[in-house]
Design a protein around this ligand. Structure first.
Ligand SMILES: Cc1cc2nc3c(=O)[nH]c(=O)nc-3n(C[C@H](O)[C@H](O)[C@H](O)COP(=O)(O)OP(=O)(O)OC[C@H]3O[C@@H](n4cnc5c(N)ncnc54)[C@H](O)[C@@H]3O)c2cc1C
Length: 346
């Protein structure tokens, strides 16, 4: 029988980032992942937006999250020998009212790293005429599929990955054994499957299905992410990811005609170029009712932990909170902030 200090269930963003945290800390860690189950990370556009446009505020904890995120993805790019995080400014078409608000924010020092000047004319060809255009700094995107694949190869080479379904709903694993592995600690990073996990049913998860298209638009500039009611994210070779939708009843990963139609309508409202839809995906975001991640130890089973609730912003949240999870797992006295603590649901 093999021995592992930590067994992680799920190789999405949460499980992957946590596995690397523990690996760098010298912990003997292993991941169990079921490739037949849907993985939100693979569907995600991977976009990072430091602002919340609705209220023109900064995204939650962005000043702390962004530096940690960039450092971690750069470090992993070096380790895995591939680039998967890309900085890219974002273009926000503004209404008259939004222009005023943008100008106010521009004079506020707190927004300096993220808000650039307003332009009267769109710097991107054939975007719908708007009152003005604001440029967001500090935005970018992670090629999520590329990242997961590179990480998976690393885990395989280092005998850290088992492709199997973990029977989360069958046992509390008090014997600390799965297949031929004896483990000390168990961390669940199962994304939206948490909803059916009997030991964590008290967590108020509210999963949200989302759909994304890949389009080919040879006449559209690739210098900016464009974002108004729908995002248009350049991913190279005149290809763009466009999305997304929100649906709370149908929680399958099946793309729908309604989803596609809704994205295309909003896209046509934003850009004036010909495009062809090449791909269409759907996935389920692990969103918690209070829109915060959820980290902690199970109240009754000392050896079981949870890392979930990355919601709509997994790319930015995962690196910072993976470090918090590592601290929690390795140091029994460590406490995470109340806002993200699993204890808030108990
Ligand atoms: C359409 C869409 C667009 C998005 N766009 C963005 C974006 O632009 N920017 C952003 O930051 N975020 C975005 N997100 C959100 C992002 O995808 C999530 O925050 C993040 O990927 C969640 O990661 P996770 O590891 O918690 O879950 P997942 O990525 O779903 O991973 C969970 C893993 O656990 C495995 N698993 C579950 N149960 C078991 C079991 N019992 N045994 C073995 N394996 C198991 C599954 O196979 C899966 O691989 C988007 C999501 C969607 C759906």
């Amino acid at each position: 029988m093999k021995r592992k200090e930590v067994l992680i269930v799920g190789q999405g963003l949460a499980g992957t980032l946590l596995a690397f945290e523990l690996y760098f800390a010298g912990v003997d860690v292993c991941i169990v992942n079921n490739p037949q189950k849907s993985t939100a990370t693979r569907v995600a556009a991977g976009m990072v937006n430091p602002l919340v446009f609705k209220r023109m505020t900064k995204s939650w904890m962005v000043d702390e999250l962004l530096p940690v995120m960039k450092k971690r993805y750069r470090q992993l790019e070096e380790l895995l020998g591939e680039q998967f995080y890309f900085d890219l400014p974002m273009l926000k078409p503004l209404s008259e009212q939004e222009t005023e608000l943008w100008q106010q924010r521009k004079t506020d020092e707190k927004f300096a790293p993220f808000i650039d000047d307003i332009r009267e004319n769109s710097p991107v060809n054939r975007v719908f005429k708007s009152h003005a255009y604001g440029i967001v700094k500090g935005s970018g995107y992670l090629k999520t599929g590329l990242f997961l694949d590179a990480a998976k190869r690393f885990f395989e080479q280092n005998e850290m990955l088992i492709e199997a379904d973990f029977p989360s709903n069958q046992s509390n694993f008090e014997d600390h054994i799965f297949q031929n592995i004896q483990f000390d600690k168990l961390v669940f990073c199962e994304g939206h499957y948490l909803k059916t996990h009997p030991l964590f049913e008290f967590v108020r998860l509210q999963p949200a299905k989302g759909e994304v298209l890949q389009i080919y638009a040879p006449d559209l500039s690739e210098k900016y992410i464009i974002n108004r009611r729908v995002f248009v994210l350049p991913i190279g070779d005149h290809r763009f990811k466009v999305g997304s939708t929100y649906e709370w009843k149908d929680l399958t990963d099946t793309p729908t005609e309604e989803g596609k139609f809704s994205i295309i309508e909003r896209l046509k409202d934003l850009i004036h170029v010909d495009f062809k839809v090449e791909e269409h995906w759907a996935g389920v975001r692990p969103t918690v009712v209070d829109r915060r991640p959820v980290l902690g130890k199970h109240p009754a089973h000392e050896h079981m932990y949870l890392f979930n609730g990355l919601g709509t912003k997994g790319v930015m949240l995962a690196p910072f909170f993976a470090t918090e999870m590592k601290n929690l797992i390795l140091n029994g006295n460590y406490s995470v902030s109340k806002e993200v603590d699993l204890a808030r649901f108990i």
